[in-house]
Structures are given as structure tokens and as C-alpha cells.
Design a protein around this ligand. Structure first.
Ligand code: MLT
Length: 235
């Protein structure tokens, strides 16, 4: 699914929904859980993020248009969870971003909702393989528009699952697979052409892009949506 706006065309019931926003919400959520954050509560609005943080005493993170939103503990950079000056281990987090958290919340009709990134590709593939269900990769995109990096992730996942699933069953999967095969030998170089990478570079956040390209940096981390929160389902 190239954009959450296309979700009404899909029947999520009984499926595994893999929510991907490589730059940067899904990469940030995987990093947060990989660095010891206990639970992640994705919310749609900044007001909800503020209220949830006050009500639960948890860390708050918010981003709009690629920039940290004012008045929150963190923005939407994975590096925010790697700073020794701000210990995050053992803390819960509520987060609201431009695209990724909205895509997640719009996918809750699925049988299972997991958060995917290049950072935890193997964990997502292992989970999908074990479920024996159809898998729908929901690309967060940018404000409803296609994002190259999210679809390339879908192709990378399709390649990992090619022995277990019929990846030729949809043109979208085939297109994603071909894009991945085009770029996989040098992923950062291939994705430099992405609109959002150029946007992040103009915001002086290019180091985020390089970090989000680290395939399987968090091999054992699988953010799985359960009840009303994301939990780290270590495999
Ligand atoms: C998001 O993660 O929702 C957005 O793609 C924006 C960003 O973090 O740059």
C-alpha cells in the first residue's frame, strides 16, 4: 500500500500490517525500543501528545514537516534516543509525527500491526514468516504522496519472504521488489534521490538518513502493536 490514503482499497482483517516510515517515525520507534524505552504510544495530534505525556509522566516526542515540534522532550530523530544526557531506558514514550504515527493508527483493523524499518528488517521478516497470514506493507509516505524509501523497504521485505510467500501476486509487490533490487547494492547512494532525503538534508538532518540505512542494526527488536501501545516483542 503506497500510501495510507489507499488503505480503504485493502481489507486489513486477518492480515499482518507492517507500518513503515523509514524517514523517520518507524526507524525512530525501533531505535527507542531498542534503546530500552518500554512502551510507545503513537498519537495523531500534538495536543494528544502533550496531554498523554502529562497524564502518564512519559517522554514526549513530536515532529511536524520534518522539524521537532516546540514544547516536547524530543523530535523525531532516532539520535534523540541515543544521547547519554537523556536516559530513556525504562521510560514510556508518546509520539506524534507528520506521517508515520497517523499511518499506524489507520492500520489497526489488521490482525497484527508491526513497525518495520531497515533497522529491524530481519525481525519483521521472521515475524511475518511465523504468522502464516498475508502481509500488507503500509507505506507512510509524505502527506499522502509516494516515498521511494518506504517502498524500497517493502521490496526488501518481499525479497526476504520470497521463499515463503507468492511475492508475484501483486504488481505493487513486484514494483517494490524491482526497486529494492535496483538499489540494494548501495542503499544510501540509491535513496539519496528521494525527496524526503533532500528535505532532511535541507533541514541539516542528513545524519538521520545514514543511521536509518543500517540494515538489521536492531535485529531482535519488533515493535508490535498490542492493546493500545507498541511493545518491544523481542524475538
Ligand atoms: C514522519 O516520520 O512522520 C515524517 O516522515 C517526517 C520526518 O520525521 O521527517
Amino acid at each position: 500500500c503506497f500510501s495510507p490514503d489507499l488503505l480503504p482499497l485493502y481489507d486489513l482483517r486477518g492480515q499482518v500490517a507492517v507500518i513503515v516510515d523509514i524517514l523517520r517515525a518507524s526507524s525512530t520507534i525501533v531505535t527507542a525500543l531498542g534503546e530500552g524505552v518500554t512502551h510507545v504510544f503513537p498519537v495523531a495530534s500534538l495536543e494528544e501528545c502533550t496531554a498523554y505525556g502529562q497524564q502518564h509522566g512519559c517522554l514526549t516526542a513530536a515532529e511536524r514537516d520534518g522539524l521537532p515540534a516546540a514544547g516536547f522532550d524530543l523530535g523525531n530523530s532516532p539520535f534523540g534516543f541515543l544521547e547519554a544526557s537523556r536516559p530513556v531506558r525504562g521510560r514510556a514514550l508518546t509520539i506524534s509525527t507528520t506521517n508515520g504515527t497517523a499511518a499506524l493508527r489507520r492500520s489497526l483493523a489488521a490482525e497484527a500491526v508491526v513497525v518495520g524499518a531497515f533497522l529491524n528488517l530481519a525481525a519483521v521478516a521472521d515475524f511475518a514468516r511465523q504468522q502464516g497470514r498475508d502481509v500488507l506493507v503500509v507505506c507512510a509516505g509524505w502527506k499522502g504522496q509516494f516515498c521511494l524509501e518506504d517502498t524500497v523497504f517493502g521490496g526488501a521485505l518481499a525479497e526476504r519472504l520470497a521463499a515463503d510467500f507468492d511475492v508475484s501476486s501483486s504488481d505493487a509487490t513486484l514494483a517494490a521488489l524491482h526497486l529494492w533490487q535496483q538499489g540494494k547494492t548501495n542503499l544510501p547512494a540509491y535513496l539519496l534521490q528521494s525527496a524526503h532525503v533532500r528535505r532532511l538534508n535541507s533541514l541539516e538532518a542528513s545524519q538521520d538518513f545514514e543511521f536509518c540505512m543500517r540494515v538489521d542494526a536492531y535485529a531482535g527488536v519488533l515493535p508490535l502493536w498490542q492493546d493500545d501501545r507498541l511493545v518491544d516483542a523481542a524475538l
